[in-house]
Design a protein around this ligand. Structure first.
Ligand SMILES: NC(=O)c1ccc[n+]([C@@H]2O[C@H](COP(=O)([O-])OP(=O)(O)OC[C@H]3O[C@@H](n4cnc5c(N)ncnc54)[C@H](O)[C@@H]3O)[C@@H](O)[C@H]2O)c1
Length: 396
Protein backbone atom coordinates (compact mmCIF):
# COMPACT_ATOMS: atom_id res chain seq x y z
CA UNK A 1 0.00 0.00 0.00
CA UNK A 2 1.41 3.41 -0.88
CA UNK A 3 1.65 5.97 1.89
CA UNK A 4 -0.17 9.24 1.38
CA UNK A 5 2.56 11.73 2.39
CA UNK A 6 1.93 14.30 5.10
CA UNK A 7 1.45 17.67 3.43
CA UNK A 8 3.86 19.85 5.32
CA UNK A 9 4.29 23.61 5.48
CA UNK A 10 7.40 25.25 6.90
CA UNK A 11 7.76 28.56 8.70
CA UNK A 12 11.28 30.05 8.60
CA UNK A 13 13.75 29.15 5.85
CA UNK A 14 16.94 29.74 7.85
CA UNK A 15 19.74 27.55 9.17
CA UNK A 16 17.49 25.08 10.98
CA UNK A 17 15.55 24.44 7.75
CA UNK A 18 18.81 23.86 5.85
CA UNK A 19 19.76 21.23 8.42
CA UNK A 20 16.40 19.47 7.94
CA UNK A 21 16.72 19.41 4.14
CA UNK A 22 18.49 16.03 3.83
CA UNK A 23 15.61 14.53 5.81
CA UNK A 24 12.81 16.37 4.03
CA UNK A 25 14.30 15.59 0.60
CA UNK A 26 14.79 11.88 1.36
CA UNK A 27 11.76 10.82 3.38
CA UNK A 28 8.83 10.17 1.05
CA UNK A 29 6.37 10.19 3.96
CA UNK A 30 6.40 14.01 3.96
CA UNK A 31 5.79 16.37 1.09
CA UNK A 32 6.72 20.03 1.48
CA UNK A 33 3.96 22.05 -0.12
CA UNK A 34 4.21 25.55 1.36
CA UNK A 35 6.56 27.91 3.17
CA UNK A 36 6.22 31.19 5.04
CA UNK A 37 9.28 33.42 5.04
CA UNK A 38 9.79 37.19 5.06
CA UNK A 39 12.56 37.12 2.41
CA UNK A 40 11.27 36.95 -1.17
CA UNK A 41 14.45 35.25 -2.40
CA UNK A 42 14.09 32.33 0.02
CA UNK A 43 10.39 31.95 -0.88
CA UNK A 44 11.36 31.88 -4.57
CA UNK A 45 14.09 29.32 -3.91
CA UNK A 46 11.52 27.20 -2.06
CA UNK A 47 8.97 27.41 -4.90
CA UNK A 48 11.68 26.56 -7.43
CA UNK A 49 12.83 23.48 -5.50
CA UNK A 50 9.56 22.12 -4.11
CA UNK A 51 7.02 23.58 -6.49
CA UNK A 52 4.98 24.67 -3.47
CA UNK A 53 3.49 27.98 -2.42
CA UNK A 54 5.46 30.73 -0.68
CA UNK A 55 3.63 32.96 1.80
CA UNK A 56 4.73 36.18 3.47
CA UNK A 57 2.76 35.46 6.66
CA UNK A 58 2.43 32.50 9.00
CA UNK A 59 -1.35 32.92 9.16
CA UNK A 60 -1.69 32.62 5.37
CA UNK A 61 0.38 29.43 5.39
CA UNK A 62 -1.54 27.97 8.34
CA UNK A 63 -4.86 28.64 6.61
CA UNK A 64 -3.81 26.97 3.36
CA UNK A 65 -6.38 24.13 3.26
CA UNK A 66 -3.84 21.73 1.72
CA UNK A 67 -1.42 22.06 4.65
CA UNK A 68 -1.79 19.28 7.25
CA UNK A 69 1.11 20.02 9.58
CA UNK A 70 3.64 22.82 9.97
CA UNK A 71 7.34 22.76 10.87
CA UNK A 72 8.20 25.98 12.74
CA UNK A 73 11.88 26.89 12.36
CA UNK A 74 11.90 30.56 13.31
CA UNK A 75 14.03 32.09 16.11
CA UNK A 76 13.15 30.84 19.62
CA UNK A 77 11.41 34.02 20.75
CA UNK A 78 8.91 33.76 17.85
CA UNK A 79 7.87 30.15 18.50
CA UNK A 80 4.98 31.05 20.84
CA UNK A 81 3.34 33.42 18.38
CA UNK A 82 3.83 31.08 15.44
CA UNK A 83 2.57 28.04 17.33
CA UNK A 84 -0.55 30.00 18.33
CA UNK A 85 -1.21 30.96 14.69
CA UNK A 86 -0.80 27.39 13.43
CA UNK A 87 -2.83 25.84 16.26
CA UNK A 88 -5.63 28.36 15.62
CA UNK A 89 -5.87 26.93 12.10
CA UNK A 90 -6.12 23.41 13.57
CA UNK A 91 -2.85 22.13 12.07
CA UNK A 92 -0.37 19.80 13.76
CA UNK A 93 2.98 21.28 14.72
CA UNK A 94 6.64 20.32 14.71
CA UNK A 95 8.45 23.20 16.43
CA UNK A 96 12.23 23.33 16.60
CA UNK A 97 13.83 23.38 20.03
CA UNK A 98 13.59 25.08 22.46
CA UNK A 99 9.81 25.19 22.83
CA UNK A 100 10.11 28.87 23.83
CA UNK A 101 12.32 31.17 25.86
CA UNK A 102 10.01 32.02 28.76
CA UNK A 103 8.05 29.62 30.95
CA UNK A 104 4.96 31.81 30.51
CA UNK A 105 5.13 31.25 26.74
CA UNK A 106 5.67 27.52 27.30
CA UNK A 107 2.59 27.31 29.54
CA UNK A 108 0.59 29.14 26.93
CA UNK A 109 1.78 26.83 24.13
CA UNK A 110 0.81 23.73 26.12
CA UNK A 111 -2.67 25.21 26.59
CA UNK A 112 -3.03 26.38 23.00
CA UNK A 113 -2.10 22.98 21.54
CA UNK A 114 -4.41 21.16 23.94
CA UNK A 115 -7.33 23.53 23.29
CA UNK A 116 -6.91 23.18 19.53
CA UNK A 117 -6.63 19.39 19.78
CA UNK A 118 -3.45 19.33 17.69
CA UNK A 119 -0.22 17.44 18.24
CA UNK A 120 2.77 19.59 19.08
CA UNK A 121 6.15 17.85 18.78
CA UNK A 122 9.31 19.66 19.89
CA UNK A 123 12.00 18.69 17.43
CA UNK A 124 14.32 18.01 15.88
CA UNK A 125 16.32 17.62 19.06
CA UNK A 126 19.20 15.28 19.71
CA UNK A 127 16.84 13.21 21.85
CA UNK A 128 15.68 11.87 18.46
CA UNK A 129 19.19 10.64 17.57
CA UNK A 130 18.91 6.91 16.79
CA UNK A 131 21.58 5.84 19.33
CA UNK A 132 19.68 7.75 22.05
CA UNK A 133 16.40 6.06 21.07
CA UNK A 134 18.15 2.69 20.98
CA UNK A 135 19.59 3.30 24.47
CA UNK A 136 16.11 4.18 25.69
CA UNK A 137 14.79 0.94 24.19
CA UNK A 138 17.54 -1.10 25.87
CA UNK A 139 16.78 0.58 29.21
CA UNK A 140 13.06 -0.12 28.83
CA UNK A 141 13.74 -3.77 28.07
CA UNK A 142 14.93 -4.03 31.68
CA UNK A 143 17.73 -6.44 30.77
CA UNK A 144 20.37 -4.40 32.61
CA UNK A 145 18.23 -3.22 35.51
CA UNK A 146 17.53 0.36 36.50
CA UNK A 147 19.38 3.47 35.34
CA UNK A 148 21.45 4.74 38.25
CA UNK A 149 23.65 7.51 36.87
CA UNK A 150 24.21 9.37 33.60
CA UNK A 151 27.16 11.49 32.57
CA UNK A 152 26.74 13.80 29.56
CA UNK A 153 29.56 15.99 28.27
CA UNK A 154 29.92 18.21 25.25
CA UNK A 155 32.76 20.55 24.26
CA UNK A 156 32.06 22.53 21.06
CA UNK A 157 32.65 25.83 19.27
CA UNK A 158 29.02 26.91 19.73
CA UNK A 159 29.70 30.39 21.10
CA UNK A 160 31.86 31.28 18.09
CA UNK A 161 29.50 30.22 15.33
CA UNK A 162 28.04 33.27 13.52
CA UNK A 163 25.08 34.69 15.44
CA UNK A 164 22.21 37.13 15.28
CA UNK A 165 22.80 39.75 18.07
CA UNK A 166 19.99 38.39 20.29
CA UNK A 167 21.63 34.96 20.26
CA UNK A 168 24.27 36.50 22.54
CA UNK A 169 21.71 37.93 25.01
CA UNK A 170 20.53 35.43 27.62
CA UNK A 171 17.20 37.14 28.36
CA UNK A 172 16.25 36.78 24.69
CA UNK A 173 17.16 33.12 24.60
CA UNK A 174 20.85 33.54 23.78
CA UNK A 175 23.77 31.56 25.14
CA UNK A 176 24.37 27.85 25.37
CA UNK A 177 21.46 26.93 27.65
CA UNK A 178 18.49 27.56 25.37
CA UNK A 179 20.12 26.39 22.13
CA UNK A 180 22.44 23.61 23.31
CA UNK A 181 21.69 22.77 26.93
CA UNK A 182 18.15 21.96 25.84
CA UNK A 183 19.46 19.08 23.68
CA UNK A 184 21.52 17.64 26.52
CA UNK A 185 18.63 18.00 28.97
CA UNK A 186 16.21 16.33 26.52
CA UNK A 187 18.59 13.38 26.11
CA UNK A 188 19.28 12.96 29.81
CA UNK A 189 15.60 13.24 30.72
CA UNK A 190 14.73 10.61 28.10
CA UNK A 191 17.35 8.22 29.45
CA UNK A 192 16.32 8.79 33.09
CA UNK A 193 12.55 8.64 32.57
CA UNK A 194 11.73 12.32 32.24
CA UNK A 195 10.76 13.39 35.74
CA UNK A 196 13.63 15.40 37.16
CA UNK A 197 13.30 16.58 40.74
CA UNK A 198 15.95 19.24 41.28
CA UNK A 199 18.93 20.98 39.72
CA UNK A 200 22.14 22.37 41.20
CA UNK A 201 24.37 24.16 38.73
CA UNK A 202 27.05 26.66 37.90
CA UNK A 203 27.47 28.56 34.65
CA UNK A 204 30.32 30.44 33.00
CA UNK A 205 30.12 33.64 30.90
CA UNK A 206 33.79 34.28 30.41
CA UNK A 207 34.13 36.19 27.13
CA UNK A 208 33.21 39.89 27.54
CA UNK A 209 32.86 40.17 23.73
CA UNK A 210 30.14 37.49 23.82
CA UNK A 211 28.61 38.18 27.23
CA UNK A 212 26.23 35.26 27.60
CA UNK A 213 26.63 31.81 29.13
CA UNK A 214 29.17 29.77 27.19
CA UNK A 215 29.45 26.90 29.68
CA UNK A 216 27.71 25.12 32.53
CA UNK A 217 27.86 22.10 34.79
CA UNK A 218 24.69 20.78 36.38
CA UNK A 219 23.69 17.97 38.70
CA UNK A 220 20.13 16.67 38.37
CA UNK A 221 18.22 14.02 40.26
CA UNK A 222 15.19 12.06 39.12
CA UNK A 223 12.13 10.24 40.41
CA UNK A 224 13.33 6.69 40.99
CA UNK A 225 16.70 7.79 42.34
CA UNK A 226 18.85 8.19 39.23
CA UNK A 227 21.11 11.21 39.02
CA UNK A 228 22.99 12.85 36.16
CA UNK A 229 25.76 15.32 35.54
CA UNK A 230 25.64 17.54 32.48
CA UNK A 231 28.66 19.56 31.35
CA UNK A 232 28.85 21.79 28.32
CA UNK A 233 31.40 24.26 26.97
CA UNK A 234 30.98 26.23 23.76
CA UNK A 235 34.31 28.04 24.13
CA UNK A 236 35.93 26.45 21.08
CA UNK A 237 39.09 25.02 22.55
CA UNK A 238 38.85 21.30 23.41
CA UNK A 239 36.37 19.57 21.08
CA UNK A 240 34.74 16.41 22.44
CA UNK A 241 34.11 15.12 18.90
CA UNK A 242 37.64 13.85 19.49
CA UNK A 243 36.01 11.33 21.86
CA UNK A 244 33.19 10.53 19.40
CA UNK A 245 35.20 8.76 16.70
CA UNK A 246 35.93 12.17 15.10
CA UNK A 247 32.32 12.42 13.99
CA UNK A 248 30.88 15.94 14.09
CA UNK A 249 27.53 16.75 15.75
CA UNK A 250 25.64 16.41 12.46
CA UNK A 251 27.26 13.12 11.53
CA UNK A 252 29.99 14.39 9.18
CA UNK A 253 33.69 13.58 9.44
CA UNK A 254 35.66 16.02 11.57
CA UNK A 255 39.24 16.47 10.42
CA UNK A 256 42.10 18.24 12.20
CA UNK A 257 41.94 21.12 9.67
CA UNK A 258 38.68 22.28 11.27
CA UNK A 259 40.51 23.15 14.48
CA UNK A 260 40.06 26.86 15.29
CA UNK A 261 37.92 27.50 12.19
CA UNK A 262 34.97 29.04 14.08
CA UNK A 263 37.10 31.63 15.87
CA UNK A 264 39.10 32.37 12.71
CA UNK A 265 35.93 33.05 10.69
CA UNK A 266 34.73 35.62 13.25
CA UNK A 267 37.98 37.58 13.51
CA UNK A 268 37.45 41.35 12.99
CA UNK A 269 33.70 41.02 12.27
CA UNK A 270 31.29 43.53 13.85
CA UNK A 271 27.77 42.29 14.82
CA UNK A 272 26.25 43.39 11.49
CA UNK A 273 28.90 41.55 9.49
CA UNK A 274 28.48 38.54 11.76
CA UNK A 275 24.69 38.41 11.21
CA UNK A 276 25.38 38.67 7.46
CA UNK A 277 27.79 35.76 7.71
CA UNK A 278 25.08 33.77 9.47
CA UNK A 279 22.67 34.64 6.64
CA UNK A 280 25.06 33.03 4.12
CA UNK A 281 24.30 29.70 5.84
CA UNK A 282 20.58 30.08 5.23
CA UNK A 283 18.22 28.57 2.61
CA UNK A 284 18.37 30.12 -0.85
CA UNK A 285 21.92 31.42 -0.28
CA UNK A 286 23.44 28.44 -2.07
CA UNK A 287 24.29 26.65 1.17
CA UNK A 288 24.60 22.89 0.92
CA UNK A 289 23.61 21.01 4.09
CA UNK A 290 26.48 19.07 5.67
CA UNK A 291 26.47 15.44 4.57
CA UNK A 292 26.30 12.76 7.23
CA UNK A 293 28.36 9.57 7.28
CA UNK A 294 27.09 8.56 10.66
CA UNK A 295 24.26 9.35 13.08
CA UNK A 296 24.14 12.76 14.71
CA UNK A 297 25.29 12.95 18.31
CA UNK A 298 25.55 15.39 21.19
CA UNK A 299 28.84 14.44 22.77
CA UNK A 300 29.90 11.62 25.05
CA UNK A 301 27.11 10.06 27.12
CA UNK A 302 27.52 7.18 29.54
CA UNK A 303 24.56 5.53 31.21
CA UNK A 304 25.22 3.39 34.28
CA UNK A 305 22.60 0.71 34.89
CA UNK A 306 22.61 -1.99 37.58
CA UNK A 307 24.23 -4.64 35.40
CA UNK A 308 25.88 -2.70 32.55
CA UNK A 309 27.19 0.67 31.46
CA UNK A 310 26.05 1.96 28.05
CA UNK A 311 28.32 4.23 26.07
CA UNK A 312 26.53 6.05 23.23
CA UNK A 313 28.55 6.52 20.05
CA UNK A 314 27.55 7.83 16.60
CA UNK A 315 27.51 4.31 15.14
CA UNK A 316 25.86 2.50 18.01
CA UNK A 317 26.11 1.63 21.66
CA UNK A 318 28.94 -0.07 23.51
CA UNK A 319 27.57 -2.21 26.31
CA UNK A 320 29.92 -3.02 29.18
CA UNK A 321 28.26 -5.91 31.04
CA UNK A 322 29.40 -7.80 34.14
CA UNK A 323 31.83 -10.12 32.37
CA UNK A 324 31.58 -9.21 28.68
CA UNK A 325 31.31 -6.15 26.47
CA UNK A 326 29.61 -5.93 23.11
CA UNK A 327 28.46 -3.43 20.52
CA UNK A 328 24.91 -2.77 19.28
CA UNK A 329 25.20 -1.19 15.84
CA UNK A 330 22.80 1.62 14.92
CA UNK A 331 23.05 2.27 11.16
CA UNK A 332 22.52 5.66 9.53
CA UNK A 333 19.22 6.10 7.70
CA UNK A 334 19.07 7.57 4.17
CA UNK A 335 16.92 10.33 5.67
CA UNK A 336 19.22 11.33 8.55
CA UNK A 337 16.46 12.57 10.89
CA UNK A 338 14.03 9.81 9.95
CA UNK A 339 13.10 9.38 13.62
CA UNK A 340 11.63 12.90 13.67
CA UNK A 341 9.44 12.03 10.68
CA UNK A 342 8.52 8.71 12.35
CA UNK A 343 7.22 10.76 15.28
CA UNK A 344 5.35 13.18 13.04
CA UNK A 345 3.72 10.39 11.03
CA UNK A 346 2.73 8.49 14.19
CA UNK A 347 1.20 11.65 15.68
CA UNK A 348 -0.59 12.95 12.60
CA UNK A 349 -1.74 9.64 11.13
CA UNK A 350 -2.03 7.32 14.14
CA UNK A 351 -2.63 9.77 17.00
CA UNK A 352 0.37 8.40 18.88
CA UNK A 353 2.40 11.19 20.44
CA UNK A 354 6.15 10.79 20.93
CA UNK A 355 7.68 11.65 24.32
CA UNK A 356 8.72 15.08 22.97
CA UNK A 357 5.34 16.84 23.35
CA UNK A 358 4.69 20.45 24.36
CA UNK A 359 4.63 19.31 28.02
CA UNK A 360 7.97 17.61 27.47
CA UNK A 361 9.48 20.72 25.88
CA UNK A 362 8.22 22.81 28.77
CA UNK A 363 9.81 20.42 31.28
CA UNK A 364 13.18 20.60 29.51
CA UNK A 365 12.91 24.40 29.33
CA UNK A 366 12.22 24.44 33.07
CA UNK A 367 15.59 22.73 33.59
CA UNK A 368 17.35 25.40 31.47
CA UNK A 369 15.87 28.11 33.68
CA UNK A 370 16.71 26.14 36.82
CA UNK A 371 20.38 25.92 35.73
CA UNK A 372 20.47 29.70 35.29
CA UNK A 373 18.65 30.28 38.61
CA UNK A 374 20.83 27.88 40.54
CA UNK A 375 24.00 29.46 39.15
CA UNK A 376 22.77 32.89 40.15
CA UNK A 377 21.47 32.06 43.63
CA UNK A 378 23.78 29.23 44.65
CA UNK A 379 20.66 27.25 45.62
CA UNK A 380 19.32 23.87 44.55
CA UNK A 381 16.20 24.53 42.46
CA UNK A 382 13.18 22.25 42.87
CA UNK A 383 11.35 21.46 39.64
CA UNK A 384 7.56 21.58 39.38
CA UNK A 385 6.65 21.12 35.71
CA UNK A 386 8.24 17.78 34.87
CA UNK A 387 6.59 14.98 32.92
CA UNK A 388 7.47 11.39 32.16
CA UNK A 389 7.48 9.40 28.94
CA UNK A 390 3.73 9.06 28.80
CA UNK A 391 3.46 7.92 25.22
CA UNK A 392 6.21 6.54 23.19
CA UNK A 393 7.00 5.67 19.65
CA UNK A 394 9.59 2.96 19.07
CA UNK A 395 11.53 3.86 15.96
CA UNK A 396 14.29 1.27 15.65
N1 LIG B 1 17.64 21.26 15.69
C1 LIG B 1 18.67 21.83 15.08
O1 LIG B 1 19.58 21.13 14.57
C2 LIG B 1 18.74 23.31 15.00
C3 LIG B 1 19.82 23.93 14.39
C4 LIG B 1 19.80 25.31 14.26
C5 LIG B 1 18.74 26.02 14.77
N2 LIG B 1 17.72 25.39 15.40
C6 LIG B 1 16.56 26.12 15.95
O2 LIG B 1 15.84 26.68 14.87
C7 LIG B 1 15.36 27.97 15.21
C8 LIG B 1 15.87 28.97 14.17
O3 LIG B 1 17.27 29.10 14.31
P1 LIG B 1 18.19 29.35 13.03
O4 LIG B 1 19.58 29.19 13.47
O5 LIG B 1 17.69 28.56 11.88
O6 LIG B 1 17.91 30.90 12.76
P2 LIG B 1 18.00 31.65 11.36
O7 LIG B 1 18.11 33.09 11.68
O8 LIG B 1 19.04 31.03 10.49
O9 LIG B 1 16.60 31.34 10.69
C9 LIG B 1 15.40 31.86 11.15
C10 LIG B 1 14.54 32.15 9.93
O10 LIG B 1 13.27 32.60 10.36
C11 LIG B 1 12.84 33.57 9.43
N3 LIG B 1 11.78 34.38 10.01
C12 LIG B 1 11.88 35.41 10.87
N4 LIG B 1 10.66 35.91 11.13
C13 LIG B 1 9.77 35.17 10.45
C14 LIG B 1 8.36 35.19 10.30
N5 LIG B 1 7.61 36.07 10.95
N6 LIG B 1 7.79 34.29 9.50
C15 LIG B 1 8.53 33.36 8.84
N7 LIG B 1 9.87 33.31 8.93
C16 LIG B 1 10.49 34.19 9.73
C17 LIG B 1 14.09 34.35 9.09
O11 LIG B 1 13.96 35.05 7.88
C18 LIG B 1 15.12 33.24 9.02
O12 LIG B 1 15.24 32.72 7.72
C19 LIG B 1 15.84 28.27 16.62
O13 LIG B 1 14.80 28.04 17.53
C20 LIG B 1 16.97 27.27 16.83
O14 LIG B 1 17.06 26.81 18.17
C21 LIG B 1 17.70 24.06 15.50
Amino acid sequence: MTFDPIRLGVVGLGRAFVLMLPTLRNDARVKLIAAAAPRAESREAFEAEFGGRGYASVEALANDPEVEAVYIATPHQMHAEHVAAVAAAGKHILVDKPLSVTMADADNMVDVARAAGVHLIVGPSHSFDPPVLKARQIIESGQFGAVRMVQALNYTDFLYRPRRPEELRTEEGGGVLFSQGIHQIDIVRLLCGGRAKSVTAMTGAWDPERPTEGAYSALMDFDGGAFATLTYSGYAHFDSDDWMDNVAELGGAKGPESYGAARRALQNLDPVAEAKLKATRTYGAGTVPPSALSNEHFGPIIVLCDRADLRLRPGGIDIFGDTERHRVEVPLNAAPRKSVIDALVAAVRQKIAPPQTAEWGRASLEVCHAILDSAQTGETIKLTRQCGIEYREETQ
